[in-house]
Design a protein around this ligand. Structure first.
Ligand SMILES: Cc1cc2nc3c(=O)[nH]c(=O)nc-3n(C[C@H](O)[C@H](O)[C@H](O)COP(=O)(O)O)c2cc1C
Length: 195
């Protein structure tokens, strides 16, 4: 049995950031994507994640104050051109959804499960954006692992982690199909050992 949702899930494809437009998204589309993003399995309803939307002038601000500075600090040999590229990273899409895993103290639920739930948030954002017809790509790049970026997005250094940034924008070009793992390498049907 298939339906339009399973058909979509089997054919959806991410669009490379360089093939996205950077026009501001309508606010109701942002709200739809966010509503889908937070509707994920979450053991114990801990809400162990946070979504920060980066759009409009926030893109340039973070570019100037964090992306450029931090890249320059960690790459003293960087050229002016390279630094400008870093500064402009968030200008490559209409909206960027940063997803943070923000684990909570819990006597039974492991942090691993909370981090998996954050991954589900990120994937729901990707799926929701693509289902609305936008191009979207989930990337980590170097700044997911940068403490100043974590702090700027409201995360706790040493505790919270950035699951990724989902860049969303109009598709300037249809994405090409991508190589996928061979089913036989990643799917099995468990059979009990023969006695
Ligand atoms: C956690 C995570 C981090 C990723 N980081 C990057 C990245 O930094 N750069 C990149 O080119 N792709 C990255 N990718 C892969 C892209 O999202 C890629 O476009 C995607 O795997 C294509 O999948 P799709 O067509 O099934 O949506 C990442 C994927 C995941 C799940």
């Amino acid at each position: 049995m298939t339906n339009h949702i399973t058909d979509f899930l089997q054919t959806r494809r991410s669009t490379l950031i360089k093939l996205l437009g950077n026009q501001t998204l309508p606010a109701d589309d942002i709200q739809t994507i966010l509503a889908c993003g937070v509707r994920v399995p979450d053991h114990g309803v801990l809400g162990p994640w946070k979504i920060m939307v980066i759009q409009n002038e926030a893109r340039a601000y973070l570019g100037k104050t964090i992306l450029r500075d931090e890249f320059a600090k960690n790459n003293p040999e960087a050229t002016q051109e390279g630094l400008q590229f870093e500064e402009d990273r968030f200008m490559r899409a209409g909206a960027i959804f940063a997803v943070l895993a923000t684990p909570k103290d819990h006597p039974k639920i492991p942090i691993w499960e909370m981090e998996l739930s954050a991954g589900a948030v990120a994937m729901n954002i990707v799926t929701a954006a693509q289902s609305l017809g936008y191009g979207a790509q989930w990337v980590s790049e170097w700044y997911s692992y940068n403490d100043r970026m974590i702090e700027a997005l409201g995360g706790r250094i040493g505790v919270d982690k950035i699951a990724g940034f989902i860049y969303v924008g109009e598709k300037l070009q249809a994405p090409k199909e991508r190589r996928r793992p061979e089913s036989e390498n990643v799917i099995g049907f468990y059979t009990p050992p023969v006695a």
